[in-house]
Design a protein around this ligand. Structure first.
Ligand SMILES: Cc1ncc(COP(=O)(O)O)c(C=O)c1O
Length: 384
């Protein structure tokens, strides 16, 4: 398979471990191994005794049992564990889609959610969210773009990069359309459980729809991306079996120590979500105040869930130039919308990390210095 570079990941590869002030991370503040083990009495000794052989392809039963508790009506046999959500996306598309199939993808998107389909030879229709519409999904657009050969609708809820979350009614409308047209819904739900109001949490697609595939995992809501444990959950046994067979050509099985640690995280999920949401909500308040101070410079809509938002710049500058200048001058890393192939005005800002206020301070320093010089970048309007 020939596949285009993953623009966002290439950009991260350049700056994630060199820029001192990461202000666009999508994973919340992580935990040390010691912190995680402290949640479960006796786990240090048990971890030392962990056998390091191969594990079951579908994931250990103990792990899958814990995963089922994040859903309503899902059994261990409805779950396939894999190495990161990325592997789930890659495998799902490889088994469910064929060259010539039509897919509709919520856009902007984490690139693999459309790029893998494109590389397979699918025709991709971008279901584009608009900032002026509060990033709302437009159901009429979906209805107009369904075709006889539409095979899948690809969603990411809560959404990267906007933090958008539809109402349950809207999700049910999407499912109704999919059901009537025999279309699979693939829903990347790695940010689920990071809703600021629990009442906004959507049921997982695998619980609502017999042809729905949910992807969840350790990387975002659980703040443990280094474990590389995620999973797909679906009642569609045919898809799940094909995915398990395809996994023989990717990772075969997951890492045993990571499975062990993921079980602890799942057992203590409420504590983990609470701690993550405390950091996120405190930071979001700081961020909201910041954007109020700079309302002449940026458009900002506070999201409903997750660790990231997607504001835009009101100045005449290109955001990519702006972000690169900001990294070079202050070491603050923001992610321009060019890395989402979504114009040159928006940027991703992250607020799940403890040092976010320090990063924001540096960003503000940059804005004020540019302001005192009356210019952000040559050719752009000054900030008022
Ligand atoms: C929406 C979405 N899906 C998938 C991934 C990849 O997750 P993982 O690190 O578990 O492979 C990311 C990572 O940023 C993401 O934001």
């Amino acid at each position: 398979m020939k596949i285009a570079d993953f623009e966002l990941e290439r950009f991260f590869a350049k700056y994630e471990f060199t820029a001192p002030y990461l202000l666009c991370s999508s994973d919340p503040e992580s935990f040390s191994l010691e912190e995680l083990l402290s949640f479960e009495p006796g786990s240090i000794d048990a971890f030392k005794k962990q056998w390091l052989g191969y594990t079951e392809t579908q994931g250990s039963l103990k792990l899958r049992n814990e995963i089922t508790k994040t859903y309503k009506n899902i059994m261990p046999e409805n779950i396939l564990v894999h190495s990161g959500a990325e592997e789930g996306i890659f495998i799902f598309m490889n088994v469910a889609l064929e060259k010539g199939d039509h897919v509709i993808v919520q856009f902007p998107a984490y690139q693999s959610l459309y790029e893998v389909a494109s590389a397979i030879g699918c025709e991709v229709t971008k279901w584009t969210l608009k900032e002026k519409d509060n990033w709302e999904l437009d159901i009429d657009f979906l209805k107009k773009n369904i075709r006889k050969d539409t095979k899948a609708i690809i969603l990411n809820l809560p959404h990267n990069p906007t933090g958008y979350l539809p109402s349950k009614n809207k999700l049910e409308e999407i499912i109704k359309i999919a059901r009537e047209n025999n279309i699979i819904i693939f829903s990347d739900e790695v940010y689920r459980f990071l809703e600021y109001n629990e009442s906004d949490r959507l049921p997982a697609i695998c619980d609502l729809y017999e042809n729905g595939v949910s992807v969840g995992g350790m990387s975002k809501a659980f703040a443990l991306p280094g474990l590389r444990i995620c999973w797909s959950a679906t009642k569609n046994k045919e898809i799940l079996n094909k995915m398990a067979a395809f996994k023989d050509y990717t990772t075969i099985c997951s890492s045993a120590p990571s499975e062990f640690l993921s079980i602890i995280a799942l057992k203590h999920k409420e504590k983990i979500f609470k701690r993550n949401l405390e950091i996120i909500k405190t930071n979001l308040k700081t961020l909201d105040d910041f954007f109020k101070r700079y309302k002449d410079t940026f458009n900002f809509q506070a999201p409903k869930a997750g660790t990231i938002a997607f504001p835009s710049i009101k100045l005449e500058t290109d955001i990519e130039k702006f972000c690169i200048d900001l990294i070079e001058k202050k070491g603050v890393f923001l992610l321009p919308s060019t890395k989402y192939d979504f114009g040159n005005k928006n940027f991703r800002v992250g607020f799940g990390r403890k040092n976010m206020p320090q990063c924001l301070k540096k960003f503000e320093e940059y804005l004020n210095e540019s302001h005192s010089k009356r210019v952000i970048l040559s050719g752009s309007k000054s900030i008022k």
